[in-house]
Design a protein around this ligand. Structure first.
Ligand code: K1U
Ligand code: ZN
Length: 172
């Protein structure tokens, strides 16, 4: 088990479209375990492989409450196959620390994915799990939640990000 280094905006790996996973080998299992450990330690409710510098279509999500048992979802090659409604909730991103903004998303999504043993599943997600699925699949397509902001809000974000980066550098 290992904690992985989370890449921050504007690392170029976050802008790449990640490759389909074709090898369901021990190294994929190890990566998924390390990503889950990194997500829980952050803490976060999701993490996509590009955020740890690996441009592959793999993501982990756990939106269970603190007082509930863990409900870890490991999704390989996930894709949204159906979506309904709209929601507008505040999001954060482990690759854009200390910045939060409301983003428009589908309210519910149907997601098809493979597990670590190559078996295909389809889940229907709502609430935070739906938002997390969309946020993580965006990461696999090189899209960050700030890319969904209006041009005005994005220019405000860029100015704020300079200050956040200075603050993060001071902390190191
Ligand atoms: O992919 C990521 O950067 C992780 C990100 C995902 C996400 C955030 C908000 C809505 C949907 C998906 C995070 O987990 S940011 C941290 C966070 O939201 C959180 C942390 C601790 C407890 C609860 C939430
Ligand atoms: Zn993110």
């Amino acid at each position: 088990m290992a904690l992985l280094r989370i890449r921050h905006y504007p690392d170029p790996v976050l802008k790449k479209v990640a490759a389909q996973v074709t090898e369901f080998d021990d190294s994929l299992h190890q990566l998924a375990h390390d990503m889950a450990e990194t997500m829980y330690a952050a803490p976060g409710v999701g993490l996509a492989a590009p955020q740890v510098g690996i441009s592959k279509r793999l993501t982990v999500i756990d939106c269970s409450a603190r007082d509930e048992d863990a409900q870890l979802l490991v999704m390989v090659n996930p894709e949204v196959i159906d979506q309904e409604g709209e929601c507008f909730e505040e999001e954060g991103c482990l690759s854009v620390p200390e910045y939060y903004a409301k983003v428009s998303r589908s309210a519910t999504v149907k997601v098809r994915f493979q597990d670590l043993d190559e078996k295909t599943h389809v889940i229907e997600a709502q609430g935070l799990t739906s938002v997390a699925c969309q946020h993580e699949i965006d990461h696999l397509d090189g899209i960050l939640f700030v890319d969904h902001l209006s041009p005005l809000k994005r220019s405000i974000f860029r100015k704020k990000w300079k200050k956040i980066q200075e603050h993060l550098t001071e902390q190191m």
